[in-house]
Each structure stands twice: as structure tokens, then as C-alpha cells.
Design a protein around this ligand. Structure first.
Ligand code: ZN
Ligand code: ZN
Length: 226
């Protein structure tokens, strides 16, 4: 228990890091927010959850603590990659500033295993206007239309002139798998309609284009057999 106390240098470092995360609308003026004591308590909650841990932890943990623990207990590589990405992000003050500007939209209904910082990074990567335009131009040249790669929706077909050229870009490579630079290639992007994009983001860690395409196909065939 002692080694994870609030005087532990590592605990203090984590506390400082958590206070720098660009996920809150305004800087929280609350000395207790994720302070070393809170971090220490959380770590001891995990001890209580960990079946491999002998001895006691603090067993007043939440359902979410439990979910987080079991999600990552056998994926320490994935977990440390996520942590590295978050650390790298926080150390880049220009990036942090940009992330603050990304609204907390969708926040209530998304489940992001990697956490809000990674989610914001994902949105940030998708906001590259020049790259998105290039992607759309290339696609249009090749296919003569701009339709959703998942459901086939074509904004121009439905809305006419006002929908012309409209399509969102989704970044296919999960940030948890990214190492090094966060640079984006055209082939990393998929063109998706606003509906499909939102659904993809409800569960960022399982967001794959082919998977969602199959969901739509199987839902359609269910409807047809009724
Ligand atoms: Zn779609
Ligand atoms: Zn996306």
C-alpha cells in the first residue's frame, strides 16, 4: 500500500499529467482534482480489483474502475502505447491548444476505451482540410461521384446542389496503434456519411469500415426475411 502513496514520485507525476489533459472546457480550479491522493486511491482501487494481488486494496471502487481494469489487464502493451500517446500529446503545447478547441461533442454517447484525449486526437487528425479535399477529389475523379464507403449514401443525389461535395473523412488507423508521428496518408482516410461516421465513433476501438458495412447488410437481410 505504501509504495503507491501520495508521496510517491511516480504518483505525483501521473497527477501532474492528468491535470494537463486537454479535455476540460476550462481549467478546473480545484486543488483536489486528480491530486496525488486521488491518484493513489485509484491505484489502490485497482489492487482491490486485481485477482492476482495478495493483500488488501481499497475496495470502494466503481463499476467503471472494474471495466477499465479488465479491459487492459492482459493488454499492457496496448495500454502503454495509449499512455505514451497521451504523454506525447500533453508535451506538445501547440497540439494541446488545438485539442482544447475541439468541442466535447458526442461526449455523452461515445464509449472510448482509449479515453477522451485519444478521441480528441482522432477528431483532430480528421480535421485536415487540405488532405480531406484531396481525398474527396481523388475519389470523385475515380468514381464520378462522392458516396459513403459504408452505406453508399450520396449527398448530391439526395440534396442536390446544396449537398454537392459534402462527405466526411474518417481516419481508419486507431490512435492506439499509432507509434511515432501522427501523420496521415490519403489511404488512411475513408469517405463516410455523417450518420455512418457518428456510429463508427460510438465505439472508437472497434471502428472499422468493413465491420459496419456488414452490420448494415445483415440488418437489411433480417428486414427482408420478416
Ligand atoms: Zn454512410
Ligand atoms: Zn472518424
Amino acid at each position: 500500500m505504501r509504495e503507491m502513496g501520495n508521496k510517491n514520485q511516480k504518483v505525483i507525476e501521473v497527477s501532474e499529467l492528468l491535470n494537463k489533459l486537454p479535455i476540460h472546457k476550462e481549467r478546473i480550479v480545484n486543488a483536489k482534482f486528480r491530486n496525488p491522493n486521488g491518484v493513489s486511491m485509484k491505484l489502490n482501487n485497482f489492487k482491490a480489483i486485481d485477482p492476482r494481488h495478495n493483500g488488501k486494496g481499497m475496495d470502494r471502487y466503481s463499476k467503471l474502475d472494474e471495466e477499465v481494469f479488465f479491459e487492459f489487464q492482459n493488454d499492457t502493451i496496448g495500454l502503454s502505447r495509449i499512455a505514451e500517446n497521451i504523454k506525447k500529446t500533453v508535451s506538445d503545447s501547440k497540439l494541446v491548444k488545438s485539442l482544447y478547441q475541439i468541442g466535447n461533442d458526442l461526449e455523452e454517447d461515445i464509449q472510448v476505451k482509449e479515453g477522451k484525449v485519444i478521441y480528441k486526437l482522432h477528431r483532430y487528425r480528421e480535421r485536415n482540410y487540405t488532405l480531406n479535399k484531396k481525398k474527396k477529389d481523388n475519389y470523385f475523379k475515380k468514381h464520378g461521384k462522392l458516396d459513403c464507403e459504408i452505406c453508399g449514401f450520396d449527398f448530391f443525389k439526395t440534396y442536390g446542389e446544396i449537398g454537392k461535395g459534402f462527405m466526411e473523412c474518417h481516419h481508419k488507423i486507431p490512435l492506439s496503434q499509432t507509434e511515432g508521428e501522427f501523420s496521415t496518408r490519403l489511404s488512411d482516410l475513408a469517405l463516410v456519411c455523417a450518420n455512418c461516421h457518428r456510429i463508427l465513433h460510438r465505439e472508437l476501438d472497434t471502428s472499422d469500415i468493413i465491420g459496419l458495412k456488414q452490420v448494415i447488410i445483415s440488418m437489411k437481410s433480417k428486414l427482408n426475411t420478416k
